[in-house]
Write a protein that binds this ligand. Structure first.
Ligand code: FAD
Length: 283
C-alpha cells in the first residue's frame, strides 16, 4: 500500500512545483536561500533518466521565471549512474549547459558509498567545463573523505559538508557520533581555509555552536561560509542565523517520489517519528 503524502508533509514541501514554489518564496522572504530537490533516485533505464534531466531543466527555467533565490540539488542515480558513467555524464552536461546559460547552480548530492568514487570522478570532469555552476557534497563519516576533502579543496571546489545519511559499514565509515563530529570539524576547517564559500550542512546544535565559535575565534566574516539545513527542521534557528547576517540555505525537497528521502529522515532521529505521528493526528 502506498504511504499517503500526509506522513511526509513535514519534510517534503509539496508533490508539485506550484505548491513547493510558495514555500520557497516564504523561506526566501526570511532571508534564506534555497536549494530545490525534485525527489527520486536510482533510475535504471535511459529513457526515464533523460526525462528526469528534462524535468530538472524545466525546474531551472521555473526558478528563473519565478525569480526565486534557489539553486537545485540532484542525484546522479536519477541521471543514469546505474546505467553507465557515460550516459550519466551526457545527462549531467545537458543539465549544466542550461545552468551555465542561465547563470544558475546545480549541486550533486552524495549517495551511498557504492557511488562515491564515480560521483567524485564525474564531478571533477564537470568542474573543468562548468566551474561556478556545479558543486558536490562530501560526507564526514566516510574514511575516504580525508583524502577527498584535501584534493577537492585544492581545486577550490564548491563543497557542502554533511555527516552522511546512509547506513554504511565500519569498513567504509566512522560509526561513533563523537568521531563523526570530530571529522566534520577537521574537514570544515580545511574547506574554510582553502575554498571561498563552503556549505556547512547540519542541524546538530553542537556543530552549529562550534562553527559560530570558530568563526569568532578566527575573525571570519559572516559570508565566509553558509549554514544549510533541511526543510522542516530547525526553521527558527535558520531564520535567526539569517537575521543575524549569516548566510543560510534551506534544502527543499518536493515531488511525488518522496518515500526514500522520508525514510532516511525517520531513521535519523526518533523525534522525527514522533513529529510525523503528531502531524498525522493533528490533521
Ligand atoms: C542541507 C543538507 C543537505 C544534505 N545532503 C546530504 C547528501 O547529499 N548526502 C547525505 O548522505 N546526507 C545529506 N544530508 C544529511 C546529513 O548527512 C545527515 O544525515 C543529517 O543532516 C543528520 O545529521 P545532523 O548533523 O543534521 O544532525 P543529527 O546527527 O541528526 O543530530 C545530532 C544532534 O543535533 C540536534 N538536532 C538534530 N536535529 C534537530 C532538530 N530538528 N531540532 C533540534 N535539534 C536537532 C540534536 O541534539 C541531535 O542529537 C544533508 C543534510 C542537510 C542539512
Amino acid at each position: 500500500m502506498k504511504t499517503p503524502y500526509i506522513f511526509a508533509k513535514r519534510f517534503v514541501a509539496g508533490e508539485s512545483y506550484d505548491v513547493a514554489e510558495k514555500k520557497v518564496r516564504a523561506i526566501n522572504e526570511k532571508g534564506n536561500r534555497v536549494t530545490l530537490d525534485l525527489l527520486g533516485e536510482n533510475i535504471k533505464d535511459a529513457t526515464t533518466a533523460a526525462q528526469t534531466v528534462d524535468a530538472y531543466i524545466e525546474l531551472l527555467e521555473q526558478i528563473k521565471t519565478s525569480g526565486l533565490d534557489s539553486s537545485i540539488s540532484v542525484k546522479l542515480t536519477m541521471m543514469g549512474l546505474d546505467i553507465s558513467e557515460d550516459v550519466c555524464y551526457d545527462n549531467l552536461s545537458r543539465l549544466l549547459d542550461t545552468a551555465k546559460a542561465h547563470n544558475q547552480f546545480v549541486r550533486i548530492d552524495m549517495e551511498g558509498s557504492d557511488y562515491t568514487e564515480a560521483t567524485i570522478e564525474l564531478f571533477k570532469r564537470a568542474l573543468k567545463d562548468y566551474e561556478g555552476h556545479v558543486g558536490l557534497v562530501l560526507q564526514a563519516y566516510l574514511h575516504r573523505t580525508a583524502k577527498d576533502v584535501a584534493e577537492l579543496a585544492e581545486l577550490g571546489a564548491d563543497i557542502r559538508l554533511c555527516k552522511g545519511a546512509y547506513k554504511e559499514s565500519a569498513a567504509v565509515a566512522l560509526q561513533s557520533m563523537d568521531e563523526i563530529r570530530a571529522a566534520y570539524k577537521e574537514y570544515a576547517k580545511i574547506l574554510i581555509e582553502k575554498t571561498s564559500f563552503p556549505r556547512m550542512a547540519t542541524h546538530d546544535g553542537s556543530l552549529v555552536k562550534w562553527l559560530l565559535d570558530y568563526a569568532a575565534s578566527e575573525g571570519l566574516a559572516k559570508d565566509r561560509f553558509e549554514f544549510q539545513m533541511l526543510y522542516g527542521l530547525r526553521e527558527s534557528t535558520m531564520n535567526k542565523l539569517a537575521s543575524e547576517g549569516w548566510k543560510t540555505c534551506v534544502y527543499v525537497p518536493y515531488g511525488t517520489m518522496w518515500f526514500p528521502y522520508f525514510t532516511r529522515r525517520l531513521m535519523e532521529r526518533k523525534e522525527n517519528v514522533f513529529f510525523i505521528a503528531t502531524t498525522l493526528f493533528k490533521s
